[in-house]
Design a protein around this ligand. Structure first.
Ligand SMILES: Nc1ncnc2c1ncn2[C@@H]1O[C@H](COP(=O)(O)OP(=O)(O)OP(=O)(O)O)[C@@H](O)[C@H]1O
Ligand SMILES: [Mg+2]
Length: 180
């Protein structure tokens, strides 16, 4: 079988930072380039693969380890994978990086807590501030930004389209997808 370039584009960032929005943009753009890929979005994973898990440190770690496990299975056989989960803990992300040695691209989807709270796409920040949601990342639970991500996506100064272009540029420069 022909060798294709599997990789895992691993988004990390606060709720509302833009992980899902940018993923959707990328899927659209990659489809145009006839690149088939798989997406593991945190919200969807929590409805099936990780159904029943909560938001304690232990459950969050289990959720992220499962996502990394599947991303590894796929990407090592040439499938491009995008993961879009908050993945707040550095240590577990680094575990994923080690597992996927050389195929792991960490993209920090960056927006301040104030911006995310202002966007409050899902109304979750309001609930967290009101104490209706415990263990909410950035409000009552930690978020550890990456030290050395391959990509920093500044969603405060860029549109989702520009963010997607930045990432596509990186992927094609590294020979992971065909040039546009
Ligand atoms: N450059 C940008 N990239 C992505 N999203 C942006 C950008 N600028 C503004 N936004 C807006 O920010 C919001 C991001 O919400 P989104 O659901 O993508 O976040 P998320 O990181 O997936 O959050 P969660 O972890 O809760 O799933 C959207 O309403 C989007 O329109
Ligand atoms: Mg999302």
């Amino acid at each position: 079988m022909a060798e294709t370039n599997g990789f895992t584009l691993w988004f990390t960032g606060l709720s509302g930072s833009g992980k899902t929005t940018i993923t959707n943009q990328l899927v659209k753009q990659l489809r145009k380039r006839e690149v088939a890929l798989e997406v593991l979005d945190g919200d969807i994973v929590r409805e099936n693969l990780s159904k029943g898990l909560g938001f304690s440190k232990e459950d969050r770690d289990t959720n992220i380890r499962r996502i990394a496990f599947v991303a590894n299975l796929l990407s090592r056989h040439g499938v491009p994978v995008i993961t879009a989960a908050i993945s707040p803990y550095k240590e577990i992300r680094n575990e994923a990086r080690e597992m996927m040695d050389g195929r792991f691209i960490e993209a920090y989807v960056k927006a301040s807590i104030e911006t995310c709270e202002e966007r409050d796409v899902k109304g979750l920040y309001a609930k967290a501030r009101a104490g209706e949601i415990k263990e909410f990342t950035g409000v009552s639970d930690p978020y550890e930004p990456p030290d050395n991500p391959e990509l920093v996506i500044d969603t405060e100064s860029q549109s989702p389209e520009e963010s997607a272009q930045q990432i596509l540029g990186y992927l094609s420069e590294h020979g992971l997808i065909p040039a546009g």
